[in-house]
Design a protein around this ligand. Structure first.
Ligand code: DX5
Ligand code: ZN
Length: 222
């Protein structure tokens, strides 16, 4: 894998031109497509669901990184896998039987991610870290794009890196929320592998160039 993995979040894209947005991602240096599913219960916002992911899958030439911000995510793992998810991330705060859900994601043939909210300590992952492929560290409170990056995230990344080493894990660290060209550098330096970016990419005049710059900003410190 060519680090950092850059994953534009289509939450910030123009839904009336979704095919055009996916084509832009296909033609860019982006590695994954980040897809935020929100249920209005786990987070105070509703985004989109399965039919949209099926449509994206028809056009995307890159893996779909599906971030489930929903309660009882175990009820929908197969549905999202069937819709085209390559990585499925579920929240530790929403999962009563996290270990079982991780197993199920793997048995469906997808990569398993676990997301943690800003208030959730890294120690919550102590007993699952060795089984997961991705840790999605929320660097904003989930629910909305375009929020301010929480600076405490750097400390969490360093803690996580040390936990992964101690447990001989291979999980990649993904940062989600408020990522831009200014903090990309420091995030990768702290130990992040995957940068999710919504507004920073889609609000820019040149999204492809912005993706390329994010990739470079990370590489120069990797
Ligand atoms: C927030 C979502 C993020 C969001 C990131 O709940 O999980 O993936 O789309 O958007 P920006 O990069 O605009 O903060
Ligand atoms: Zn997300």
């Amino acid at each position: 894998m060519n680090f950092p993995v850059v994953a534009p979040s289509i939450l910030a894209s123009d839904f009336s031109n979704l095919q055009k947005e996916i084509t832009m991602i296909n033609e860019s240096e982006a590695d994954w497509v980040h897809i935020d599913v929100m249920d209005g219960v786990f987070v105070p916002n509703i985004s989109f669901g399965v039919p949209v992911i099926q449509s994206v899958k028809k056009h995307a030439r890159k893996p779909l990184d599906v971030h489930l911000m929903i309660v009882q995510p175990e009820r929908y793992l197969k549905t999202f896998r069937d819709a085209g998810a390559d990585v499925i991330s579920i929240h530790v705060e929403a999962s009563t039987h996290l270990h079982r859900s991780i197993d199920e994601i793997h048995s469906l043939g997808a990569k398993a991610g676990v997301a943690i909210n800003p208030h959730t300590p890294v120690s919550a992952l102590h007993d699952v870290i060795q089984y997961i492929d991705v840790v999605c560290v929320m660097s904003v409170n989930p629910g909305f794009g375009g929020q301010k990056f929480i600076e405490h995230t750097y400390e969490k990344i360093r803690e996580l890196r040390s936990l992964i080493q101690r447990r001989n894990g291979t999980a990649l660290i993904e940062i989600d929320g408020g990522v831009n060209e200014k903090n990309a550098h420091a995030l990768i330096d702290a130990g992040a592998h995957i940068l999710v970016a919504g507004n920073f990419v889609f609000s820019s005049a040149d999204p492809k160039g912005t993706i390329s710059n994010l990739k470079k900003a990370g590489q120069s410190q990797a």
